[in-house]
Design a protein around this ligand. Structure first.
Ligand code: FAI
Length: 492
């Protein structure tokens, strides 16, 4: 006789599945609720308690956790010792296990869920059976997903390559129990939280903390304001990663993941003034990150405009008092040390991509002046500032900067000349001290020609195009100094 054990929380499709199994000659064993559903549908079914000779106890906390069940699932049918143990203890082999688990994730996603609700929805017997059966995939077929019932019946009927099929389902099971356990960890450790919504109000969203150290947005101390929104978290992260790159006092304003104004200075107030002046329109409703403590004087300036989030290594008490006059503004205290080994993840349909965070910066000795004209000291400073910022701008990116602040930013264009056109249009000043920084090389000389038309006299770019010489020739014709870095900084 062949046995199939069915114990499912989600009863969808279980009756048809059981009927088909019976037609294929299986005897069905089931737990309380599943047993009842099958019996009511007129299916011949044996209660687990008949097999274990032990009633279900403690509101179902213990029902299948019994050697008669686990011996039947785990026995290696080719192992004499296992076969003898089955004989000795009157254990019947179980060849199919169809189990799905208490809905832990759905339960904890409900508003007002109590800890007790969550605890009661941690399935113990189910994952234990799934893991036993999956371990013994050489003999046992395990089905954890009701959408696999029809396919399973077809495969059992045809008998086609059952070894491969059982293995495929075993992998699915361990993946499932892994995620099930992860959801439990996330809930009880507070690592997972619901957000009000995602990028737009009709999108549901959660955040999951995996390594929320005090130098991250998710590990920040929030001194004031509403909870961070999905978009706030992403923008704040972009702003923090950029401001951390500076040793000098620096202020970074970010809108929609792109910097809109960046300034450095001898004091944080001076740096902020420059970042603000770089684009006093776009900063409105933005995120500001600072790499020095927020003083009273700085707080007074920040208080003048509407900002969503302010990030800084600390806030003076008086600064908090001033900024807290606005109910919603979020004040985040974050440590400024850089995590050298940081990794980033991007989800794509079918999986996700990971990569090292782009924290590299070309060494000065690897940079080359490739033109007749040498940059002036001020142009060098402007170029190096631009280079630092341009890698935080969505590609294709062109950035115009002075030695102390950004001047015009062209972000996320499908061609490089288009990015320069925007940077020029937005430029607050254009003079001999402004440098143009590009995140990628110039495929043609057109960007250089356009820069020359607007009086730009210094360019920094990775180099490496087969047509580099054309751009260099263009620079020489226009009297522009060009530095190549050998390092590209795309940001998609
Ligand atoms: N405790 C046990 O021995 C046990 N055995 C199976 N379960 C779960 O009980 C559920 C099915 O219960 P029922 O058939 O009574 O509706 C399944 O989700 C199954 O994973 C158990 N419950 C939880 O741990």
């Amino acid at each position: 006789m062949s046995y199939a054990l069915l114990s499912v929380s989600n009863k969808e499709g279980i009756i048809d599945f059981a009927k088909s199994l019976v037609e294929l000659g299986y005897d069905i064993i089931s737990t309380g609720g599943t047993f009842k559903a099958l019996q009511e549908a007129g299916i011949k079914v044996t209660p687990v308690s008949d097999v274990t000779q032990f009633e279900e106890i403690m509101n179902g906390r213990v029902k299948t956790l019994h050697p008669k069940i686990h011996g039947g699932i785990l026995a290696d049918r080719h192992n004499d010792e296992h076969v003898q143990a089955m004989d000795k203890h009157h254990i019947t082999p179980i060849d199919i296990v169809a189990v799905n688990l208490y809905p832990f994730e759905e339960t904890v996603a409900k508003e007002g869920v109590t800890e007790m609700d969550a605890i009661e929805n941690i399935d113990i017997g189910g994952p234990t059976m799934l893991r036993s059966a999956a371990k013994n995939f050489k003999h046992v077929l395990t089905i954890v997903d009701p959408s696999d019932y029809d396919e399973a019946i077809e495969r059992l009927k045809s008998g086609d390559d059952m070894d491969a099929y059982r293995k495929e389902k075993m992998i699915k099971v361990f993946n499932h129990t892994y995620h099930y356990d992860q959801a439990i960890v996330e809930f009880f450790s507070g690592a997972k939280a619901s957000l009000r919504y995602g990028e737009n109000p009709h999108q549901q969203a959660h955040l999951v903390r995996t390594n929320a150290t005090p130098n991250t947005i998710l590990g920040a101390v929030q001194h004031h304001g509403k909870p961070l929104s999905y978009n706030n978290i992403k923008d704040a992260d972009a702003a923090l990663n950029l401001v951390k790159q500076f040793d000098r006092a620096a202020a970074v304003a970010v809108k929609h993941m792109n910097p809109c104004g960046v300034g450095v200075g001898d004091s944080i107030e001076e740096a902020y003034d420059r970042a603000y002046a770089a684009d006093s329109m776009s900063i409105f409703g933005g995120i500001v990150a600072l790499n020095r403590p927020v003083t009273k004087a700085l707080a007074e300036k920040l208080h003048e405009i509407f900002l969503e989030v302010i990030i800084a290594p600390s806030f003076d008490d008086e600064a908090i008092e001033i900024l807290s006059q606005k109910k919603n503004i979020r004040l985040l205290e974050v440590k400024m040390d850089v995590d050298e080994d940081a990794t980033e993840f991007v989800s794509v349909s079918g999986g996700y991509l990971t990569q090292d965070v782009d924290q590299a910066f070309a060494r000065r000795e690897d940079m080359q002046v490739v033109t007749d004209k040498q940059p002036t000291k001020a142009q060098w400073e402007a170029a190096l500032l631009g280079l630092k910022v341009v890698k935080s701008v969505k590609s294709n990116a062109i950035l115009l900067s002075s030695p102390t602040h950004t001047v015009g930013i062209g972000a996320g264009q499908m061609n490089r000349v288009g990015a320069l056109k925007i940077a020029i249009e937005r430029a607050t000043e254009l003079n001999e001290n402004i440098a143009l920084a590009s995140d990628g090389f110039f495929p043609m000389r057109d960007t250089v020609d356009l820069a020359a038309e607007h009086g730009i006299q210094c360019i920094i770019q990775p180099g490496g195009s087969i047509k580099d010489q054309q751009s260099i020739d263009a620079c020489n014709e226009h009297g522009i100094a060009m530095i190549t870095t050998g390092m590209r900084h795309f940001k998609h």
